[in-house]
Design a binder for this molecule. Structure first.
Ligand code: LLP
Length: 439
């Protein structure tokens, strides 16, 4: 599954004890396993090799330039959703031929940059965006390749949170599928645009492979309509949404998704069509943990609380979506090691509410979670934090964003330093260096 495991009573990432990472860099710190990230990418690609897709890792899940470079070096492309992510992908040395740009509200400047760089594909989401892109293409003398992002009106099952469902009627994403053929034709009639594909992203995470099958059926019907009007479609981008195991065994494997997806696309691929995927979570989530430390224990009514130094500003998913993240002390008392990440199969556990330092009642990482007894200073690892962890941090309460550390075997590299108070206020003094406090 990944390279985080307990040995000799303590948690390791590859050949590095996390205790040492905390000693050296402090907490809270995101710790990534390079081998796990690469292994997940390689195995995902292998599962789908029969349709030879372009796999554009979704930078919104994990956008550190060093990690994007690591994936880019393996041949991955990058799925971006803003000028900022495009900048990161280019800085990471990823070939523009392997970069796609999506987003429901791209600015003119973001579109212009994508046109200038001649990236692989711009996924457009409205008629007005196509018109703006055409104008920019004319001004720039470019001929951008584009895909129409469609809303196929597919509801995934209830395991996908409503807040991350993106393809049911009336949501803001994409163009209603019945309007897509006309928009494609209109774009094809503009000498400055090169419409080449259809893009669809149903939601995140999607647990049922059949949901992809349904989306493919609808997209292939649309492709047939577009081609009947005389315009070839050469790309189908199926987006991301593949799940990660937040608890062991909770998600189907990549082969199960490939079994539902590949046979339906082989015809399209055999006649020269290119498939694109945009996986984020499934590659990155279990390649990272957030390393935190206990600050206090306290009682509140009948409840036992541990206050840790990571809250919703350092990892937002629990407060935002009620998401489950397995967590465990890095060096548990009495060597209390869990046998897996879904059952707290150890005696003498305490039901803790695990909370952060932020002034919000929703700042809980877990409620009534059975954990080994902890005291102030103990380190805790919050698992499956590699996706939508660091990318969703904020400076609310003037908290400093965590450091990020990349581990490869016994090699430990700081890939983002912890923010400082100077960083916090730097932009508030645009013409000056920020003043320092008298000591
Ligand atoms: N492509 C598009 C167009 C997307 O909107 C997304 C995610 C992806 C690809 C990547 O999806 P993935 O493979 O990672 O599931 N913050 C939420 C997740 C929001 C996902 C938004 N779009 C969370 O923490 O669960």
């Amino acid at each position: 599954m990944d390279e985080f495991s307990f040995r000799d009573g303590t948690l390791w990432c590859e050949q590095t004890p996390l205790r040492e990472v905390a000693e050296k860099f402090g907490t809270p710190t995101y710790v990534y396993s390079a081998s796990t990230l690469v292994d997940h990418y390689v195995r995902f690609a292998k599962a789908f090799e029969s349709i030879d897709p372009l796999i554009c890792f979704s930078a919104k899940a994990l956008s550190n330039v060093h990690l994007l470079r690591l994936l880019g070096d393996q041949g991955a492309g990058i799925d971006t959703v803003s000028g900022g992510e495009l900048h990161r992908a280019l800085l990471a040395g990823v070939d523009p031929e392997r970069i796609v740009l999506a987003g429901v509200g791209k600015s003119a400047d973001e579109l212009r940059e994508a046109v200038r760089r001649d990236i692989r594909c711009i996924n457009v989401e409205s008629e007005e965006e196509v018109a703006l892109l055409a104008r920019i293409a004319r001004e720039e003398g470019g001929r951008p390749r584009l895909a129409i992002r469609v809303n196929p009106d597919i509801a995934p099952d209830l395991r996908t949170p409503a807040r991350t469902t993106t393809a049911v009627r009336g949501v803001k994403f994409g163009v209603d599928i019945e309007r897509a053929a006309a928009l494609f034709s209109r774009a094809a009639g503009d000498g400055f645009l090169r419409p080449e594909g259809i893009h669809v992203h149903i939601g995140s995470p999607i647990f049922d492979p059949q949901v992809y099958a349904m989306a493919i059926e609808r997209v292939l019907a649309l492709v047939a309509d577009i081609e009947a009007a005389g315009n070839p479609v050469t790309t189908i981008n199926l987006g991301g949404g593949f799940p990660a195991e937040y608890t062991e065994g909770s998600a189907p494997g990549w082969d199960e998704f490939a079994d539902a997806i590949c046979p339906r696309l082989e015809g399209f691929v055999h006649r020269g069509g290119q498939i694109i995927f945009e996986p984020g979570r499934t590659i990155a989530a279990n390649a990272g943990v957030l390393l935190a430390a206990v600050r206090y224990r306290k009682q509140a009514g009948e409840r036992e609380l541990v206050v840790i130094d990571a809250g919703m500003t350092h990892i937002a998913r629990a407060a935002m979506y009620d998401s489950y993240h397995f967590m465990w002390p890095v060096s548990p008392v009495n060597g209390a090691i869990p046998s897996s990440r879904d059952q707290e199969s150890v005696d003498d556990l305490v039901a803790y509410d695990v909370v952060g330092p932020i002034c919000e009642s929703s700042d809980y990482l877990a409620k009534g979670r059975a954990l080994p007894a902890m005291v102030a200073g103990d380190l805790v690892a919050i698992f499956t934090a590699g996706a939508y962890g660091m990318t969703m941090t904020s400076n609310y309460n003037s908290q400093l964003r965590p450091a990020e550390v990349l581990i490869q075997g016994a090699d430990v590299k700081l890939v983002r330093r912890r923010e400082t108070y100077d960083d916090l206020v730097a932009l508030e003094f645009p013409d000056d260096t920020p003043p320092s406090l008298p000591s």
